[in-house]
Design a protein around this ligand. Structure first.
Ligand SMILES: Nc1ncnc2c1ncn2[C@@H]1O[C@H](COP(=O)(O)OP(=O)(O)OP(=O)(O)O)[C@@H](O)[C@H]1O
Ligand SMILES: O=C([O-])CC(=O)C(=O)O
Ligand SMILES: [Ca+2]
Ligand SMILES: [Mn+2]
Length: 678
């Protein structure tokens, strides 16, 4: 085969002169230079050549000086700033028994060429003596705010089960736990939290004392400071260099600049670091330079169990929150959602103290600035329905509603992937690319194509991606006051209408009830859909009594004239097992007509038992499904199921009857009357 000189290739005769064709790679005088005329690389050795491959990016902006006015601190040198940063990390990792932090250095120990700076919290007093343990003679290498590319390399080199999929996502396994462990979430009860938080029946806050927290904290910190684990562990090989390694992420929560929270996540897995890189708000280089001390720190030692002989421990998993110390410790679960939702709990404490309502909801905005909130428990459709090609995505899961409007708490989305299809959810499908963490999916060994229908590892397969991977994300993720408040319920009984319009009292009733059929998988141990009530559509994350959040929602909805809706994204034509899940395109049509305002103008009729206002017509939706009774062939079974569900609602609401909402108790009476009536 030879080039014929026109850039085409031909076989045999034609171009050959001496029987052998001359391979012409270049032509003269056409602007392309010859092979032998290419300038040689500027390197004398292979090592030098490799050193050319990477360059250090210059700081994008100089540290601001003077602009902050007379009280601004004097500018510090780059060296001093870096030292302060390392000291802050060393302090984060300090053991309370030894009262010093480890000697920390920045950078990957595998890269020999780096000459790291060392910092230690009590540097000036530190002198190794025989009483010091071996552990304090070692360095801890800090992999600080690594980029996705760097984290990919760490994961693939050192973490079993990490692979690049055909679309470039990082597939990973979360270990034995593939969902959250709400029965292992503990909160320190002290003088303050005893009065402030919701404790006892129905509350997600399982109490623990300060001492036990410190025991677990010490365990986590010691683990993070030693890290000798697993067959693929970097430590086997780095041990020789007497160094240790942790990942540190310094990031933000809440896009509302006035109420932004600085969080630090210390973890042992690249998976955890990349997950939080995607889920929290990513600081700009300048913001990172001026990060300072975090407002809240997570110690994720999830590969390591808690000690079951420790007081309060009921399993080898514990997720411990200490509000006074502004710290969270994770032991015995590697499920990354614990970090995301752990921080959400913190926001459910901090924000209401500032009169800001924190919400387990998705949020999007139309071209005309109309904002909708989507409340719902896990798997009811917050992510799916807020990700809408015709609207701007503000966020998929956690928001704040303040005097200024709404703001997303996070910087990323966390979508369920089971049965994901390109046709039904194109934006989520396309977001699964380089940088995205894909948890617990199954892929074809050779092509690395993911089979989203495969539940071999878990039903709760997930993708975590930065919000800007959704093409119509609204950046910054903030918006005006909501116009529509959509309560999503995945009704496994199949008796709730696909859509109903709610008055304020009904909205409150259903918000406090927080009904859904818990979709299998997101919480440990749930394999089949099952009716559940979870106050504020997120009882697992709220910290104070549900009526506190409900009162704030009522006040805000009233003030800003928002309309409430109840949308059943669950079953129709029978209960789970006999009926079918309402088709996503129909739910989307319903949501479209809420956004456009056309549903508000529809004609309504009232249902029996629940007293819900259902429209007689919705564009693009078959008429017969609007009233569920029409979809059941067995009308008697329908009525029985309806009454059964009504009874469950009534029973669940009993615990709330004595709580007052709003300044007068008028709203409370109205709310009580807004439930099922029979
Ligand atoms: N009619 C429907 N409406 C909404 N979602 C549906 C419908 N039918 C099927 N689904 C599926 O239900 C799932 C909804 O999950 P989604 O990720 O939106 O939950 P979520 O409310 O965001 O939960 P989480 O808080 O756990 O993230 C998706 O897998 C979606 O494809
Ligand atoms: O927290 C998780 O693991 C997933 C989630 O969004 C939820 O359960 O609401
Ligand atoms: Ca959620
Ligand atoms: Mn979600």
């Amino acid at each position: 085969m030879a080039s014929n000189g026109n850039g085409e290739f031909s076989f045999g005769k034609g171009t050959a002169r001496n029987g052998l064709s001359k391979i012409q790679t270049q032509k003269k005088n056409n602007g392309i230079c010859h092979d032998d005329s290419a300038p040689p690389v500027k390197a004398q050795t292979i090592d030098e050549l490799h050193s050319l491959q990477k360059k250090r990016s210059a700081p994008t902006t100089p540290i601001k000086g003077g602009a902050q006015g007379a009280f601004a601190p004097p500018p510090i040198s780059e060296e001093e700033r870096q030292k302060q940063q390392l000291q802050s990390i060393s302090a984060s990792l300090a053991s309370f028994v030894r009262e010093t932090g480890p000697k920390v250095v920045r950078g990957d120990p595998a890269r020999q060429s780096e000459t790291p700076k060392v910092a230690h919290v009590s540097e000036h007093h530190f002198a190794p003596t025989i009483s010091v343990s071996d552990s304090s003679l070692k360095f801890t290498h800090v992999l600080y705010n690594l980029s996705p590319a760097e984290l990919y390399e760490q994961a693939i080199k050192y973490e079993k089960g990490s692979f690049i999929t055909s679309t470039g996502a990082l597939a990973t396994l979360s270990g034995a736990k593939t969902g959250r462990s709400p029965r292992d979430k503990r909160v320190v009860k002290d003088e303050t939290t005893e009065d402030e938080l919701w404790w006892g029946k129905g509350s997600p806050n399982i109490e623990m004392d300060e001492h036990t927290f410190m025991v677990n904290r010490e365990r986590a910190v010691d683990y993070l400071n030693s890290l000798d684990k697993g067959p693929k562990s970097p430590l086997i090989h780095w041990e020789k260099q007497t160094c240790r390694l942790v990942f540190v992420n310094d990031q933000f929560l809440n896009w509302d600049p006035e109420n932004r929270i600085k969080v630090r996540i210390v973890s042992a897995r690249a998976y955890h670091s990349l997950f939080m890189h995607n889920m929290c708000i990513r600081p700009s280089p300048e913001e990172l330079e001026n990060f300072g001390t975090p407002d809240f720190t997570i110690y994720n030692a999830g590969q390591f169990p808690c000690n079951r002989y420790t007081h309060y421990m009921t399993s080898s998993t514990s997720i411990d929150l200490n509000l006074a110390r502004r710290e969270m410790v994770i032991l015995g679960t590697q499920y990354a959602g614990e970090m995301k939702k752990g921080l959400f709990s913190v926001m459910h404490y901090l924000m209401p103290k500032r009169q800001i309502l924190s919400l387990h909801s998705g949020c999007n905005m139309g071209k005309d600035g109309d904002v909708a909130l989507f409340f719902g428990l896990s798997g009811t459709g917050k992510t799916t329905l807020s990700t809408d090609h015709n609207r701007y995505l503000i966020g998929d899961d956690e928001h704040c509603w303040s005097e200024n409007g709404v703001s997303n708490i996070e910087g990323g989305c966390y979508a369920k992937c089971i049965d994901l299809s390109r046709e039904k959810e194109p934006d989520i499908w396309n977001a699964i690319k380089f940088g995205t963490v894909l948890e617990n999916v199954v892929f074809e060994e050779h092509t690395r194509e993911v089979d989203y229908t495969d539940k071999s590892v878990t039903e709760n397969t997930r993708a975590a991606y930065p919000i800007e991977y959704i093409p119509n994300a609204k950046l910054p993720c903030i918006g005006p006051h909501p116009k529509n408040v959509i309560l999503l319920a995945c009704d496994a009984f199949g008796v709730l209408p696909p859509v109903s319009k709610l008055n304020l009292a009904q909205t409150m009733y259903h918000f406090i009830s927080g009904y859904t059929a818990l979709v299998a998988g997101t919480e440990e141990g749930v394999k089949e859909p099952q009716a559940t009530f979870s106050a504020c559509f997120g009882a697992a994350f709220i910290m104070m009594h549900p009526t506190k959040y409900a009162a704030m929602l009522a006040e805000k909805m009233q003030k800003h004239g928002a309309t409430g809706w109840l949308v059943n994204t669950g079953w129709s034509g029978g209960s789970y097992g006999s009926g079918n899940r309402i088709k996503l395109p129909y739910t989307r049509k319903i949501i479209d007509s809420i956004h456009s305002g056309s549903l508000l103008k529809a004609n309504y009729q009232k249902t029996e038992v629940f007293g819900l206002e259902i429209p007689t017509e919705v564009e693009g939706v078959p008429l017969e499904i609007l009233d569920p009774v029409n979809t059941w062939s067995d009308k008697k079974a329908y009525k029985e199921t309806l009454l059964k569900l009504g009874g469950l609602f009534k029973k669940n609401f009993e615990t709330f009857t004595n709580y007052k909402i709003g300044k007068d108790s008028k709203l409370t009476e109205e709310i009580l009357a807004a439930g099922p009536n029979f």
